[in-house]
Design a protein around this ligand. Structure first.
Ligand code: SIN
Length: 291
């Protein structure tokens, strides 16, 4: 296995591994270390099927079955389909997933270590990929915070609510997401997490607070909370923390959901895009796994 960093703030390619073959414990450790070091890993030209894709994800933790799981691969509720492709006029996948800055599963009591996508169809315009995915480096964003802001968020938690992003998407013109049912809301009630979060692989502190799901800073006056959140969002928005992945069919892209935040760019209209996705729960002792 060769790990080739992009040289940018995030990202590395991993060559020389076929995910259709069984991984060794050493392979898993190497990938986890690379995930902590580079945040976004691209394993190109992978041809694995749905079973092997789910198996790969489950090397790193349990696989979440999404609370609003409307589209998944047959017999695999844990493998979601993100796609704009229609069949007989009906959607075959979630067509608007992740279109806004967010951190997958920060709304969950048990958060996600990583999300993994396998690109089945990548939209091209004039021969160039569109539908890129953008990431921000939240290790670097925390490091780069002024000392007074670090002091203000120390020991603080923020509330994350699944319904916030859902309703933001529903408010977009033409969106067809139904409102969440009460049962769905009960399964994912608002939860609190530290804003300065200890990363389970690197042991360093990351900024775990992104606009998609965060509603407020707990125990703070609402105006003060809103003003401090604006500072945190503007800070993480700085260009030096940004990395963009341009997709190629066959890419398996694995990102650190604690040390990065991301945004899917919806610039491809009805040019077909089809991704398989698993969300991997942070339910293992990663420090021990990488030791
Ligand atoms: C996501 O936020 O999980 C979707 C990202 C993408 O489709 O590019």
């Amino acid at each position: 296995m060769q790990i080739i960093p992009t040289g940018e703030t995030l990202g590395a390619r991993i060559e020389g591994i076929d995910l259709a073959q069984a991984l060794t414990a050493d392979d898993t450790r190497t990938i986890l270390r690379a995930l902590g070091a580079h945040g976004v890993l691209c394993l190109p030209r992978q041809t694995l099927g749905v079973d092997a894709f789910a198996d790969f994800g489950s090397r790193f933790g349990g696989l979440e079955i999404n609370v609003a799981n409307m589209f998944h691969e047959p017999d695999h509720p844990e493998v979601m389909i993100l796609s704009n492709i229609l069949k007989d006029g009906k959607p075959t996948g979630l067509g608007d997933a992740g279109q806004g800055w967010h951190t997958d599963m920060s709304y969950s009591r048990l958060i996600a270590l990583t999300t993994i996508l396998h690109a089945q169809q990548v939209p091209l315009r004039d021969g160039q990929p569109v539908g890129n995915t953008e990431f921000r480096n939240m290790h670097a964003a925390y490091e780069g915070l002024p000392a007074d802001i670090k002091a203000r968020i120390a020991g603080r938690t923020a509330t994350h609510d699944f319904n916030k992003f859902w309703e933001m998407m529903r408010a977009r013109p033409g969106n067809t997401r139904p409102p969440l049912t009460q049962a769905q809301r009960d399964r994912k009630p608002p939860v609190s997490h530290p804003i300065a979060y200890p990363h389970p692989i690197t042991g360093k502190t990351v900024l775990y607070c992104t606009i998609g799901y965060v509603t407020h800073i707990d125990g703070m006056d609402p105006a003060e909370s809103a003003a401090l959140l604006d500072i945190l969002y503007a800070h993480q928005d700085r260009p030096e923390y940004l990395y963009t992945h341009r997709w190629t069919k066959g890419d398996v892209l694995m990102w650190d959901n604690i040390g990065t935040t991301h945004n899917a760019i919806p610039d491809y209209g009805d040019i077909p895009r089809y991704m398989r996705r698993v969300q991997v729960l942070a339910d293992r002792d990663y420090a021990a796994m990488v030791a």
